[in-house]
Write a protein that binds this ligand. Structure first.
Ligand SMILES: NC(=O)C1=CN([C@@H]2O[C@H](COP(=O)(O)OP(=O)(O)OC[C@H]3O[C@@H](n4cnc5c(N)ncnc54)[C@H](OP(=O)(O)O)[C@@H]3O)[C@@H](O)[C@H]2O)C=CC1
Ligand SMILES: O=C(O)CCC(=O)C(=O)O
Length: 448
């Protein structure tokens, strides 16, 4: 790990001590602190007000029991989390993750990232995240509904359109948001559309929210290409994952003239040299909720590969869209060797610190998730705007707003990196720009 500015190392040591065993949270904090040396040198007021220490400590952490009954009549037990990290800019905002790996350290890493990401969008939203160690794989619709109802039976007292606005993340899509919203409405007897985002179109959702994170990361990569006078046209692309973010990243790459040749899930990856057939992928993953191997059964020219990594597939642009630390230093070396020149994170923190180091050494342009995948939460912000004004916008208008926001995030990263003497570093630009807006708001709001 890179050596921190001495004041920041002291802060990091305390974070390690206070949050023992939360490796992902430590990683996320270290990555941000690593960029803040020039900021603390220029702004002693942040140090005097202990802004960084306060930003590393969630405002509130809620952990609760989630009991539910499965289809066999057996009572099951899971743990629920909501970490309300920072509300200096607006209500806490961030998704819910349902995955067996979820524990407090993962929720805190995601909530911490969300503070800076949400700040970068320019919208008035704070940062939070939640979820459960519930595993939705193989569960019936009725089981998913009962789980969501039990989860919301505790969560409802902590959220609200002016307080905390959850949305989806891994394992939480439109179906789950529906069950969660239904239970919230039932318990509170209020049709409070703005309490959750990612809703269905007939009950308060926004066009483009489903596509937003995937489209947004591709718009961000397109902005990087434009700085080189290039476009997606003819580019060979690898996208990991095959969930919400990955599917719509594939769609936008194809719309812009690129070709995605590989996608994955946790069982392995598929390579389709003719370009991923999006209708088939959506049928396998969104309709049948099946394993990725099913794709090759209907597409003989494609191959399913397991026991290896998708990053071995040669590409010009890599877009990791699955999960944290899915691309390590060795993968990064292979990408560089194969001629990849851009890595844009669709997932949250999918590239390990070693991988990021290799990108810098080999000249790969790296776009960190807190900037590149901000399109999802930004469009959630647009959904909240539509809910507040009882309006619903067209697809074209909403997509244009998303694209404008992604351009804004891109330009803010580059301008801030220039201002702080690290030209071209999207990581430093994203961390510093995201941080300063929140820090200034915290200063203005006093010691709270
Ligand atoms: N949804 C959104 O709007 C946003 C999501 N993100 C981030 O994007 C990433 C993907 O989220 P999303 O598409 O919504 O989630 P989904 O649940 O829709 O899809 C997740 C995909 O990643 C794969 N995956 C999950 N865990 C692992 C693992 N441990 N190893 C290998 N593959 C894995 C899944 O495969 P399998 O089905 O086999 O588990 C699946 O293909 C996450 O990092 C999330 O935090 C970021 C911004 C917004
Ligand atoms: O749309 C949202 O509020 C959440 C998106 C999210 O969880 C993320 O950006 O990681």
């Amino acid at each position: 790990m890179a050596i921190l500015h001495p004041d920041l190392q002291d802060i990091y040591d305390v974070v390690l001590q206070r949050n023992a065993g939360e490796a992902e949270f430590h990683q996320a904090v270290h990555e941000v602190l690593d960029s803040l040396g020039p900021v603390v040198a220029k702004h002693p007021e942040y140090t005097n007000a202990a802004i960084i220490q306060r930003m590393c400590e969630p405002e509130r952490q809620i952990i609760f029991r989630v009991p539910w009954v499965d289809d066999k009549g057996v009572t099951q037990l899971n743990r629920g989390f909501r970490v309300e990290f920072n509300s200096a800019l607006g209500p806490y905002k961030g998704g819910l993750r349902f995955h067996p790996s979820v524990y407090l350290g993962i929720v805190k890493f995601l909530g911490f990232e969300q503070i800076f990401k949400n700040s970068l969008t320019g919208l008035p939203i704070g940062g939070g995240k939640g979820g459960s160690d519930f595993d939705p794989k193989g569960r019936s619709d009725a089981e998913i509904m009962r789980f969501c109802q039990s989860f919301m039976t505790e969560l409802y007292r902590h959220i609200g359109e002016h307080t905390d606005v959850p949305a989806g993340d891994i394992g939480v899509g439109g179906r789950e948001i529906g069950y969660l919203f239904g239970q919230y409405k039932r318990i509170t007897n209020r049709y409070e559309s703005g309490v959750l985002t990612g809703k269905g179109l007939s009950w308060g959702g926004s066009l483009v929210r489903t596509e937003a994170t995937g489209y947004g990361v591709v718009f961000f990569a397109e902005e990087i290409l434009k700085t080189r006078g290039e476009s997606f046209d003819g580019k060979r692309v690898v996208v990991s994952g095959s969930g919400n973010v990955a599917i719509y990243a594939v769609q936008k790459v194809h719309q812009l003239g690129g070709k995605v040749v590989a996608v994955s899930d946790s069982s392995g990856y598929i390579v389709d040299e003719d370009g991923i057939d999006l209708d088939l992928l959506k049928d396998v993953k969104e309709v049948r909720r099946a394993r990725i191997e099913e794709y090759v059964k209907q597409r003989p020219q494609a191959r399913f590969i397991t026991g290896s990594t998708i990053w071995n597939v040669p590409c010009d642009i890599a877009i990791p869209c699955a999960t944290q630390n899915e691309l390590n230093g060795d993968d990064a070396k292979v990408l560089a060797y194969n001629g990849c020149t851009i890595v844009a994170e669709g997932a949250n923190m999918p590239c390990s610190p070693d991988a990021v180091k290799v990108f810098a050494e080999t000249g790969i342009t790296f776009a960190p998730g807190k900037a590149a995948n901000a399109g999802g939460v930004a469009t959630s912000g647009l959904e909240m705007q539509q809910n507040a004004s009882r309006d619903s916008w067209t697809f074209e208008y909403t997509e244009n707003r998303l694209q404008e926001i992604m351009r804004g995030v891109h330009d803010r990263c580059l301008e801030t990196a220039d201002d702080y003497g690290v030209p071209g570093s999207y990581t430093a630009g994203a961390n510093i720009a995201g941080f300063i807006k929140v820090a200034d708001a915290m200063l203005a709001l006093g010691v709270i």
